[in-house]
Design a protein around this ligand. Structure first.
Ligand SMILES: CC(=O)SCCNC(=O)CCNC(=O)[C@H](O)C(C)(C)COP(=O)(O)OP(=O)(O)OC[C@H]1O[C@@H](n2cnc3c(N)ncnc32)[C@H](O)[C@@H]1OP(=O)(O)O
Length: 213
């Protein structure tokens, strides 16, 4: 049986633990950088500490780096995981997900209950596709992207690495969301959104640009 360790021990990590229970994948523990968390039990699963603490398990377990919703943190966890010689887990897909066999799902990504991914969709690594997300044909989703529950993407949408799409947001067809950008919950994205930008509202307008220094 496949053995998984999940980065993070918060709400999203617990939801992954539930997903693993549904898939009958064994979760050995959570990783959490907060020293006070080490040795605690969360939903009956031990918090093991950090990568140093699981060195002895290196060849026994696969790691899920997307145990948090924050794309930047996911990237760091993935970097540390690979640099330390651990393996990244294969994608986890809830049994009640509908998707075409022509879709490609990257390593360490996960798709939660009720999502529908139609045809010819490419999903990168460490991507979170939360409950009841709908992704239409020919979408391209980069690495570390998080789609919160209930996001709707029309056909031919492109979302670049590290973007975060908030709960219930919708993106119209052929639009492009730049890397490391954020879309507010409930937004309707009518125009392309540049890199490193926060946009929100109906229709979505740019609210902030992130400092690149
Ligand atoms: C299972 C789970 O729990 S998954 C988690 C699901 N949660 C989400 O998806 C959360 C989505 N997050 C949001 O929508 C947040 O508001 C964010 C991340 C987009 C922005 O947060 P912040 O950076 O703190 O933005 P801040 O509060 O400073 O707002 C900046 C401006 O954007 C506006 N704004 C922020 N979010 C939204 C929104 N969703 N819709 C409309 N306007 C918004 C604010 O009113 C403010 O406008 P103003 O400058 O005209 O006054």
């Amino acid at each position: 049986m496949k053995k998984i360790v999940i980065w993070g021990a918060g709400g999203h990590a617990r939801e992954i633990n539930w997903l693993c229970e549904e898939l009958e994948v064994q979760v050995v523990g959570f990783l959490d950088e907060r020293p006070e968390m080490k040795g605690q039990s969360v939903d009956g699963v031990p918090v093991l500490g950090t990568l140093v603490d699981i060195e002895a398990l290196k060849h026994e377990v696969e790691l899920l780096c997307a145990g948090v919703g924050d794309p930047t943190l996911k990237k760091r966890f993935a970097y540390d995981t690979i640099r330390s010689g651990f393996r990244v887990a294969a994608p986890l897909i809830h049994p009640q997900v509908r998707l075409s066999r022509r879709n490609v799902i990257g390593a360490g990504s996960m798709i939660f209950e009720g999502a529908v991914l139609s045809d010819n969709i490419r999903i990168g690594d460490h991507v979170i596709i939360n409950r009841s997300v709908s992704i239409s044909h020919d979408a391209v989703i980069g690495n570390y992207v998080t789609l919160a529950p209930g996001v709707n993407l029309a056909g031919n949408v492109t979302i670049d690495d590290g973007a975060y799409i908030g709960i219930g947001a919708s993106v119209r067809e052929k639009r492009h969301i730049g890397c490391w950008s954020m879309i507010g919950g409930g937004a309707f994205v009518k125009e392309d959104i540049p890199d490193f930008t926060m946009a929100a509202g109906v229709p979505a307008v740019v609210k902030k640009r992130f400092d690149l220094r």
